[in-house]
Design a protein around this ligand. Structure first.
Ligand SMILES: [Zn+2]
Length: 266
């Protein structure tokens, strides 16, 4: 055996390297299709606006949570509307905060029930996560969301099939505060302001999907972000005004998602 390895070392190394490269390439492709925020391969994904009037949309994920209240206070003071992508479990916990979001005319979207990575979920679990959240949000706010943002932005064919079934448009983002890292309010604001421009969709968080930390850094960053946007001549606009196609067109999915849907209907 050892003799075989010695004599064929070069060949075995070549085979090993080829397998490593192939698996690397396969993973790179899967990563692009599912994790890449702007990828359109598996289905239609909105990640920026198309308005011509220096608009920016603010989006908050993983709430509702206690910190959502302070964010709502700041937005109310500034007379600005944002979009909140709600986790079903959190809405069950804080239905009155979810109701305040819609009462104050902010937009809402479905961010799954338990925040799983859809790439690792089957078709049934994926559609249950979205369906259940639609029902919980409707129950708490009286509104059925038309928007969805998958946890961590990760989309799969099963996700697009389920989203299309529920009439959900997928909205990702173009700029982020990276507030999921443990960083200061100043750093969060700087992260946003360094890259933000006309038609940016900004990702921030008002809750924590693991329930382990609060979002006080984001709360404190928000006034800094709003001041910075003003200095740049940018104003905050509701998502549907920045991307009119959100409510005009039907959610798109490609043939892979379509075949999953067909499979489920059979
Ligand atoms: Zn999230």
């Amino acid at each position: 055996m050892i003799e075989f390895f010695k004599q064929n070392f070069a060949l075995l190394t070549l085979i090993g390297a080829t397998l490593a490269v192939c698996s690397g390439v396969v993973w790179a492709i899967v990563y692009y299709l599912t994790y890449a925020v702007r990828s359109q391969v598996l289905g239609k994904t909105i990640w920026s606006g198309n308005a011509r009037n220096n608009s920016v949309a603010l989006t908050f994920d993983d709430g509702p949570a206690p910190d959502t209240l302070e964010i709502l206070d700041i937005l109310r003071e500034e007379n600005m509307k944002a979009t909140f992508f709600l986790i079903g479990k959190q809405v069950e916990k804080y239905p009155e905060i979810a109701k305040r979001i819609t009462d104050e005319n902010h937009q809402i979207g479905n961010h799954s029930y338990s925040h799983p990575i859809f790439l690792f979920c089957g078709a049934d679990k994926t559609s249950r996560e979205l369906e259940k959240t639609q029902e919980i949000i409707k129950e708490a706010t009286g509104i059925t969301p038309k928007l969805a943002r998958p946890p961590c932005g990760v989309r799969s064919p099963a996700y697009f099939a389920a989203a299309e079934e529920l009439g959900l448009q997928t909205v990702q983002w173009s700029d982020a505060g990276f507030d999921w890292k443990k960083i200061s309010a100043k750093r969060i604001a700087r992260n946003v302001l360094e890259t933000v421009q006309n038609n940016s969709i900004v990702l921030l968080h008002d809750g924590d999907s693991s329930g382990k930390s609060n979002r006080q850094a984001t709360v404190k960053a928000l006034p800094l972000i709003l001041r910075g946007l003003k200095e740049k001549g940018l104003h905050v606009a509701p998502l549907d005004r920045m991307c009119p196609e959100i409510y005009e067109s039907k959610p798109g999915s490609n043939f892979i998602a379509q075949s999953i849907k067909g499979e489920k209907q059979r």
